[in-house]
Ligand binder design. Structure first.
Ligand code: KG4
Ligand code: ZN
Length: 335
C-alpha cells in the first residue's frame, strides 16, 4: 500500500510549526519557531503579537519542513491544520496558510483539534492500544480522555477552573519567575522540600474533574502572609509543595480512571507532560500496575508542535474526514 504523507501546521498559540509525517507514525521533519522570547517581557502570550509572528514565520517553517523531509509539495497527500481551540487570530494564520496551499496545489485539507494533536504525539512514540486513557495537561487544558478507538474522544474529566499549566505559570509569576513558568517551578521544586502544607482538590467522590485555582490562591496567600509576618519562605520549598499537590492529584485520578475503565495504555500529553516531577511519579506508579503500558513522549513532542497535528490528521485522512475551503478558526472547539 502507498504511504500517507501529511503536512501538519500548528499556530494555535505561540509556536509557529510545520511538520511532515509518514503513515501517522513517522516524523520526516518537525520544525518549530518559538515566540517565547517576544512574549517574555509581557509575562504571558500577547495575542496580537502572536498573530504577527505567525504571519512572518508560517511560510518559512512550511518550506523548511518540506525541505528537511526532502520532499516537495507534490508529495503531500493532505494538509492538516489546527482549527482550534486556541487564540483566534493565531489560529487564523495557520488555517489560512493551509487553505491557500491546499487550494493552490489541489491538496485535500483536514482540520485538527489541538488536544487530539497532543494525544497523537504519543503515536509517534508507540503503537496505540485501545481502550486507552490520555492525561492531557497543557497551558489551556487539563483533561482525562478515554479512547476506545482511533479518532473517538470521550472526556471523562476536565478542569473546572485553571488548567495545570496555567496554575504553574501564575504561581511562577507570583514568585517572580519568567514566562513560561512551568519549567522554572519544575527546576526549583527539585531543589526544595515539600515542607508547606497546601490543599489537594479532590472534588466530589468519584469525580475525574480537576481544580487548580484554590491551590494557586493558597500558594499566593502563603507567600503574602509570610511577607506580612516578616517571615522568610524559601521559593524552592513553595515550588516543591505546589508541585507535589498538582502531581498527587493528577496521578491519583489517572490511576483511579485506569482501574475503573480497564484500559491497556496511558498516554501523557500536553506541555505540562514535560514536568519531571509528573513524569517520575507516573512512571513509579505504573511500574506497580501490571498490564498497563505508560507512554510519555519526549519533551519536544509534549510542548506545541506540528508533528502531533500531522499524526492526528492522518487518522482523519484514513476516515475520509476532510474539510472544505470554508474551514475556519474555532477558538472554543470541543474535542
Ligand atoms: O501544550 P503547551 O505547549 O501549550 C498549550 O497548548 O497550552 O503547554 C504550555 C504549558 C505552559 O503553561 C508551561 O508552563 C507548561 O506547559 N510547561 C510546564 C513544563 N514545561 C512546560 N509545566 C510544568 N513543568 C514543566 N517542565
Ligand atoms: Zn498545546
Amino acid at each position: 500500500t502507498k504511504d500517507i504523507i501529511i503536512l501538519g501546521i500548528e499556530t494555535s498559540c505561540d509556536e509557529t510549526a510545520a511538520a511532515v509525517i509518514r503513515n501517522g507514525t513517522e516524523i520526516l521533519s518537525n520544525v518549530v519557531a518559538s515566540q517565547i522570547e517576544s512574549h517574555k517581557r509581557f509575562g504571558g502570550v500577547v495575542p496580537e503579537i502572536a498573530s504577527r509572528h505567525h504571519v512572518e514565520e508560517v511560510t518559512i517553517v512550511l518550506e523548511e519542513a518540506l525541505k528537511k523531509a526532502d520532499l516537495t509539495i507534490k508529495d503531500i497527500d493532505a494538509i492538516a491544520v489546527t482549527e482550534g481551540p486556541g487564540l483566534v487570530g493565531a489560529l487564523l494564520i495557520g488555517v489560512n496558510a493551509a487553505k491557500a496551499v491546499a487550494f493552490a496545489h489541489g491538496i485535500p485539507l483536514i482540520g485538527v483539534h489541538h488536544i487530539a494533536g497532543h494525544i497523537y504525539a504519543n503515536r509517534l512514540m508507540a503503537e496505540m492500544k485501545f481502550p486507552l486513557l490520555s492525561l492531557v495537561v497543557s497551558g489551556g487544558h487539563t483533561e482525562l480522555v478515554y479512547m476506545k478507538e482511533h479518532g473517538i474522544f470521550d472526556v471523562i474529566g476536565e478542569t473546572r477552573d485553571d488548567a495545570a499549566g496555567e496554575a504553574y505559570d501564575k504561581v511562577a509569576r507570583t514568585l517572580g519567575l519568567p514566562y513560561p513558568g512551568g519549567p522554572h517551578i519544575d527546576r526549583l521544586a527539585h531543589e526544595g522540600e515539600t515542607t508547606i502544607d497546601l490543599p489537594r482538590a479532590w472534588l466530589e467522590e468519584g469525580s475525574y474533574d480537576f481544580s487548580f485555582s484554590g491551590l494557586k490562591s493558597a500558594v499566593i496567600n502563603t507567600l503574602h502572609n509570610a511577607e506580612q509576618r516578616g517571615e522568610e519562605i524559601k521559593a524552592m520549598d513553595l515550588a516543591a509543595s505546589f508541585q507535589a499537590s498538582v502531581v498527587e492529584v493528577l496521578v491519583t485520578k489517572t490511576i483511579r480512571a485506569v482501574e475503573e475503565y480497564g484500559v491497556k495504555q496511558v498516554l501523557l500529553a500536553g506541555g505540562v507532560a514535560a514536568n519531571k516531577g509528573l513524569r517520575y511519579a507516573l512512571t513509579q506508579a505504573f511500574d506497580q500496575i501490571k498490564d498497563v503500558e505508560l507512554i510519555i513522549p519526549p519533551l519536544h513532542l509534549c510542548t506545541d508542535n506540528a508533528a502531533m497535528i500531522g499524526a492526528a490528521g492522518t487518522v482523519l485522512f484514513e476516515k475520509n474526514r476532510f474539510a472544505g475551503y470554508d474551514l475556519n478558526a474555532n477558538p472554543g472547539l470541543e474535542l
